[in-house]
Design a protein around this ligand. Sequence first.
Ligand code: ACM
Ligand code: ZN
Length: 770
Amino acid sequence: MNRTMNRKRALLPCVIALALAGLTACTNNQQGAAPKGKVSIIPMPVSVQETPDSFLLDKQTVLVATTPEDKQSAGLFNAWLKELTGYELTVAEQGDKNAIVLHTGTDSSKHAEGYTLKVGKDRIDINGNDGSGTFYGIQTLIQLLPVEKGSTLWIPGADINDYPRFPYRGLHLDVGRHFFSADFVKKYIDLLAMHKMNTFHWHLTEDQGWRIEIKKYPRLQEVASKRKESMVGHYNDQKFDGKPYGGYYTQEEIKDVVAYATARHVTVIPEIEMPGHSLAALTAYPYLGCTGGPYEVGTKWGVFDDIYCAGNDSTFLFLQDVLDEVMALFPSKYIHIGGDEAPKTRWEKCPKCQKRMKDEGLKDVHALQSYFIQRMEKYLNSKGRRIIGWDEILEGGLAPDATVMSWRGEEGGIAAAKQKHDVIMTPGNYCYFDHYQSKGKNEPVAIGGYTPVSEVYSYEPIPAGLSKEEASYIKGAQANVWSEYMPNAEHVEYMVYPRATAMAEVLWSPAEKRNYDDFVERLKQHLHRLDMKKVNYAKHVFEIRGEVDSTASGVSVKLDSKLDGGKIFYTTDGSAPSPKGTAYTNPIVIDKAETIRALVFLDDKPYGNEYTQPFVFHKALAKKVTLAQPPNGNYNPGSPFALVNGIEGVKEYNDNQWFGYSGNNMEATVDLDSVQDIHSVGVNILNAKGPGIYPPKQVTFLVSDDGQHFKEVYKQTTFAKEGINQVRAPLQQVKGRYVKLVAQNTGTIPAGAEGAGSKAWLFVDEIIIN
Ligand code: ACM
Ligand code: ZN
C-alpha cells in the first residue's frame, strides 16, 4: 500500500562516508551534499518552512535538557530512537554542537502547549512554551526521523511554529463492557500522546462491570467487577457465550497509569457513571437502588431501568465515598459523572424518590435528575474539582459549573454554549469509533452507524450558527470508544486507528490547513510509525469511496481510491468486478435501476472491501426537496438530496441515508419542476423497536400543481413488518408538480414497549415517485 519512501537517498552519503572513515559512525562532518528528507507530520503543524540544511543524527548527538520534565521528554525520544536504531543518546545539561537542545518557557509564539522547532546543520532547537509544548516538539522531531530501520538519520532542515487549535483533545475508552489490561491502557495513552491529544477519558463503571478498586466497598471488586456471561454477535441476535467475565484495576495500577499519562502530558479524566449505567454497583449493594433488588450485573448491552435511587441519602454517601477515593487517584481538574441514558421508570414509582421530589419542590423526574447531578457537583466543587456530564445533564436544568459533553448530535453542545457553559463535542456521526468504518460485507460486527476516516476528518467541532462568543465555550472534541463489540485490545486498535489520527488533526491543526488528500498522503508515511508501535490499524482508507452527486438529468457516482498504483474496475450488471472488465474513468451516470459493484486492484490483485451500491431509478431523482424541519441528532444525512439520491437506506441504518426524527413529524415536499402524470408514490419506513425506531402513526402523500393547494392522494396507517416497510402506492389519473410526504411520529413510546417513556425515533428514506 505504501510508496517507496523518500528516505532512501539518505543512505548513500553515509555509506560512502562509512567506507572512507573506516567504519566509524557517520558524523555531521561528512555532510557534503546533505540529502533532503521529506517533512510529513500528523497532525499538520501551524507552519512549516523547509530549509536547505539537514541535520545528521548519530550516536554522538547529545540531547540537552535541564528541567526534570524536559529530561523525561528526552527519555521518551530516546525510547523511540532505541526502537528504531538500537541505541540511545546521552542526555546532558549542556551542549550546542551536534545537539538537540530542549528549552521550556521560551516559545516566542506564547501559545499554551505550543513550541517552535528549528532543524539546523549542526543543532536542533525545540522551544516549548510550557512542558507540553516541548513534549510536542519532541513528537514532531520523531516524525522528522526516517521510518525505516537501518536508515541513516538525516533530519530535514525545517523551521516549525506550532500550537493546538483546541485546548481539549480527547479520546475515550469504555472498559466496562470489555476490560483491557493496564498495559494496554498505557499503550493507548502513548498513542494518544504521539498524536498530540491531551486527554484520556477513562469510562470506568458500567452496568456490565465496575472496573476501579474502591477500598471502602469491597463488594465492588468481589461482585460488581464480574458478570455471568456476555453477548455474542449483535444485540439483535440475543445470543450469549455462557462464560463468566470480569476484571478491575487495582489502585496501584491506576496510579501507575496516571503517572505514565502525566509523563506524556495527558490528563486522565475518570468517569464514574450516575445515576444510570449503575447496575453492577446495585448488584453489589442493592440498597443503592429504588427496589432494593436483587439485581444482576448486566449481561446484555443497552440501557437498564434500575439506576441509583435519588431519594435515598445513602446513595449520595456511597458516591461521595467512591469519589473521595477516585479524587485521591486522579489529579485531574475534571471528574466525569456520566448522566446519560438514565430511564426514570423506577423513580416514577419509588416512594423515596417521590418524597424527595415533594420535599425539594421538584416538578418532575427530570428535575430530580438535575437535583442528583447538582448535589454531586456541589460535593466535587467543595473538593476543588469540576464536573463533566453527557448532554442529558441539560434536561431539568444544568448544574451551575458543569461542562457538557454533546453526544446526541450537536444540539446539546449548542444549547450549553448558549447558556455559557463549557462544551466538549462528541457527536456520534463523527466521533463514535464504535461505528462501522466500511460498508464491506466482511467487517467484524459493530454496533451500527457508519463513520469512515474521511467523515471523521471532515468534522468541524464548532457548530454552525454559534456567535464568536458562544463558540469560545467549545473547548474541543473527543472520540468515544464504546467496547460492546470490541472484545480485545487488537479489536480496539482496529476501530480506533487511523480514525484517531484524523481526529487528532481536526483538533490540533488550523481549520484552513485541513486537506483530506494531503492527509492520506501523510498517513501512508505515518502508518510505518504505527507499525513501529505494533498497532493493529484498519486499512479502509485505501478502499473505494463512492460519492453520489446530482446532475442535470439525475445522479452520478464518482469513485475514488487512495491506493497508490491501484486501479478501479466496476460492473453494473451484478457480476463481480475484475481487472479484465471495465476500468473506471469518469463518474457513472445512473440511468436505470442498477447495482454498481467496484473494487480496486493493485497489480491485478483485489484490495480491501468491494463497493456495492444498488440504485433505484425514478422521477424524483435529484429533484429539489424542502423539509418542514431538519432531522435530529446523529440521523441527519446533511442534505435533503439524500431523500432522492437513488439510494435506499439499509436496515442496519449505518449508511447515513435515513432521516431520523426524535419525537417529531417529517414533512418533505418534492418539486418535479413541471406538472406531470404521477403513477405511483412511495417511501421506506424503518421499524426497529429495539433501538427505539418506531413506525409513524400514519403516512400521507399529497399532490399540488402550485405548491399551495394540496390534495391527499394516499394514506397508510400500518407498518407491521420488522425492518424496512416499503410503502408503494399506485395512483390513477393523478397529475401534479409538487408531492408532499407527511409522516406522523408515534410520539412517546408507550409503557411496556422497548424504550418506554422516551421519544420515538421516526426513520424515513428515499421518496420514490414514478
Ligand atoms: C453515550 O454514548 N451513552 C454517552
Ligand atoms: Zn428511588
